[in-house]
Design a protein around this ligand. Structure first.
Ligand SMILES: [Zn+2]
Length: 339
């Protein structure tokens, strides 16, 4: 079969790879209904992470179960499933507290930019639908696997409540999903920091009420101005740079929580500054598994359409163009057709 391998900065290829096999009795093999490119795939693509051997790319997935290992009990061949990009047993103490992304057996999904993928820890990771979903819901269900689950976690970690004033730092796919999540959780006001017109439009569609185009100190000042000098009740940080993290901390009011889901690169904190800022931080890889059943239901009931975040669709063999389009910000998020 064809699969996606990253060889080094700027060098991603679709080429012949072996089909995945059951390696452990807890594995499942799924046939992907569609795949996509994640913003976090751009870090190694841009050379921020060292690549010592070709990486099998892709960690967002949904599809039909082809085969399961002998220990797998909760899913069976023929079922449609969505899984989290973090693989978890869903039984250890951290999983039971809802932090499946810190599972004692945690692994990260890989190799999902391909027609078939192996999902380790299938019982604890995959959630099946009652019946096969209609084709038009596939992009929305795929979005649940990571990008929506991550935006949702940012809102959950920031403790968005009904009536909250929320600030979202970042207008990438995760930031936009953060807007949708905050809106679903009942936020009254959602201020998104964005300079791109198409992204601003989508943010408004997802529930944003205010757009701030300024950045840095000016951006913080603008959010203060919009909140009568107080700051936001909850802030979602969806970028991961030093500047975006500072914006997030100081856009928040004292006592607020910042949910940070942009993978930090080059971000440092000063202990005393944080002490006097009096804001809370909770971030990390999203425990998407905690939210999967609820988010899948919202999609299946057509209450939300997170798949609108895909603004470019390409066949798998044009995956390299997909990476370039996202890297150059020509596309928000790319859907890959795997068959
Ligand atoms: Zn666990």
């Amino acid at each position: 079969m064809k699969g996606t391998l990253l060889y080094g900065p700027g060098d991603v290829r679709c080429e012949e790879v072996p089909e995945p096999k059951i390696l452990k009795p807890t594995d499942a093999i799924i046939r992907l209904s569609a795949s996509c490119i994640c913003g976090s795939d751009l870090w190694p693509f841009r050379g921020f992470n060292e690549v010592t051997e070709p990486l099998a790319m892709g960690h967002e997935y949904c599809g039909i179960v082809e085969e399961v290992g002998s220990d797998v009990k909760s899913v069976k061949p023929g079922q449609f499933v969505v899984g989290s990009f973090c693989l978890s047993d869903n039984t250890c103490p951290h999983c039971r507290f809802g932090f499946q992304s810190s599972c004692e057996q945690r692994e990260f999904m890989q190799g999902a930019q391909a027609p078939l993928a192996r999902v380790p820890l299938a019982d604890g990771t995959l959630v099946a639908t009652a019946e096969l979903p209609p084709d038009d819901l596939i992009p929305h269900l795929l979005a649940v696997s990571d990008v929506l689950g991550t935006g949702w976690y940012a809102a959950d970690a920031a403790r968005v409540q009904p009536g909250s004033t929320v600030a979202v730092v970042g207008d990438g796919a995760v930031g936009l999903m953060g807007v949708l999540s905050a809106s679903q959780l009942g936020a009254e006001r959602i201020i998104v920091m964005s300079r791109h017109q198409t992204r601003q439009q989508l943010a408004r569609e997802f529930g944003a009420t205010d757009i701030v185009t300024e950045r840095g100190e000016e951006g913080i000042a603008r959010i203060r101005e919009l909140t009568e000098g107080v700051g936001a009740d909850a802030v979602l940080e969806c970028v991961g740079t030093e500047q975006s993290m500072k914006q997030a901390v100081y856009a928040a009011r004292p006592g607020a929580m910042i949910g940070y889901v942009g993978v930090p690169h080059g971000v440092t904190f000063d202990g005393q500054e944080l002490f006097f800022a009096q804001r809370g931080l909770l971030g990390g890889p999203a425990p998407v598994r905690r939210f999967l059943p609820d988010l899948m239901d919202r999609v299946l009931e057509r209450k939300i359409a997170p798949g609108k975040v895909f603004d470019l669709e390409l066949p798998l063999d044009e995956v390299a163009e997909g990476y370039r389009a996202m890297d150059e910000r020509r596309a928000i998020k790319v859907l890959l057709k795997t068959s």
